[in-house]
Write a protein that binds this ligand. Structure first.
Ligand code: FA5
Length: 348
């Protein structure tokens, strides 16, 4: 190639190179154009290699021109590369942009368990009647759980079949909240009006209305002149307050060693309306046991049974919750299924 031809190729490649760098829309396209225009196999490199073969007089001129063309093309390439890099960075930023004006996602607040809600409402009903809240231990000794409640050593409730003992002699998981009656009487003089909510444990088969771990709310009222009529009035007032004035309540005699006379209270079944079904059996759902405190129990608590009389009751909290919310299987309360529990947010 002679010097004129080399010069005109260099000029044409300069035009072509500036055009293709400017037209490149991405870094990949720009790199491909660079290889085509400035690479070792490009026409411009051919021109560069031909410099040595032109005459000595023309060589300096041609070399200078080819260097200028290379320099112009490199700076056009660098400028376009910078532009494309900035544009790519901006695209990434756009894609990752956070709209700070959008409302935030609220963390889901937990809510109280339905049994807690029901227990709180039950406690509230009794505290409004003038009762205060008392507590007792869940691991109880045999004396408070049995003997003091007039449940002698040969009573069937005391067999290992029914109770859950711990590995310490004469200690067990309390089978009913009634032990709090004794502890309260031991710690204060009459008159006494307390309710004691808490968990109790029994060896019992699970079914729709029975569990081996459940909750009771114990009540104890001891004063001068308390009669069965006071017990009946109190329990009726509780049932109406809890379930509304339409609820049908049935009381019938029952036996508990620590009361005399004793009774239980049932309300009409919410599932069948009182005709009998798989949940209730006979149309009634038993809610609680109750009765007049046995004189021996008053004496065991340190009270004068000639002067004071009293009544006591033990209400099953799961049963109240079943009735209140129309839940036909109490196992739902402890299975921890969030879809079930969510329904009680803000309930009661
Ligand atoms: C008692 O536990 C007596 N301590 C109640 C009492 C207190 C009577 C004071 C007299 C004076 P009972 O075992 O029936 O009684 O239980 C009382 C209530 O707890 C029942 O009416 C029922 O509502 C509930 N309950 C009993 N067993 C279960 C169980 N396995 N699962 C769920 N709830 C139960």
């Amino acid at each position: 190639m002679d010097s004129n031809e080399a010069r005109s190729i260099a000029d044409a490649e300069l035009e072509r190179g500036l055009g293709s760098f400017a037209a490149a829309d991405s870094i990949d396209e720009l790199e491909a154009a660079k290889t085509a225009i400035l690479g070792r196999k490009s026409r411009l490199s051919d021109v560069q290699r031909s410099i040595g073969s032109v005459s000595r007089e023309e060589r300096g001129e041609l070399g200078k021109r080819v260097n200028e063309v290379f320099a112009d093309l490199r700076s056009a390439y660098d400028a376009r590369r910078t532009e494309l890099e900035l544009a790519t960075g901006a695209e990434i930023l756009d894609a990752d942009a956070v709209d700070v004006t959008l409302p935030g996602r609220r963390p889901r607040p937990g809510s109280l368990h339905p049994l807690t809600l029901v227990e709180q409402r039950m406690v509230q009903i009794f505290t409004r009647m003038g009762y205060r809240v008392a507590e007792g231990p869940e691991v109880e000794d045999e004396w408070h759980n049995f003997e003091a409640l007039n449940i002698p050593a040969d009573h069937p409730a005391r067999t290992l079949k029914d109770s859950l003992y711990v590995d310490v002699d004469a200690l067990l998981l309390r089978t009913e909240t009634s032990a709090v009656q004794i502890r309260t009487m031991q710690s204060q003089e009459p008159p006494v009006y307390i309710v004691a909510p808490g968990r109790v444990y029994r060896r019992e088969a699970h079914d729709a209305t029975h569990s081996s771990v459940f909750h009771q709310l114990e009540g104890l009222a001891v004063d001068e002149g308390i009669t069965f009529a006071d017990l009946k009035g109190t329990l009726h007032a509780f049932a109406k307050e809890m379930f509304g004035s339409d609820v049908r309540v049935r009381m019938k005699p029952d036996y508990f060693p620590f009361v005399e006379p004793g009774c239980d209270l049932a309300v009409s079944c919410f599932v069948c309306g009182g005709t009998g079904c798989s949940v209730c059996g006979n149309g009634w759902l038993e809610l609680l046991g109750a009765g007049m405190v046995h004189p021996k129990v008053l004496e065991n608590g340190g009270y004068d049974s000639e002067r004071y009389t009293g009544f006591a009751f033990g209400i099953g909290i799961e049963r109240v919750a079943m009735l209140l919310y129309g839940v036909n299987d109490l196992r739902l309360f402890t299975e921890g299924d969030v879809r079930f529990l969510q329904q009680f947010e803000g309930a009661v």
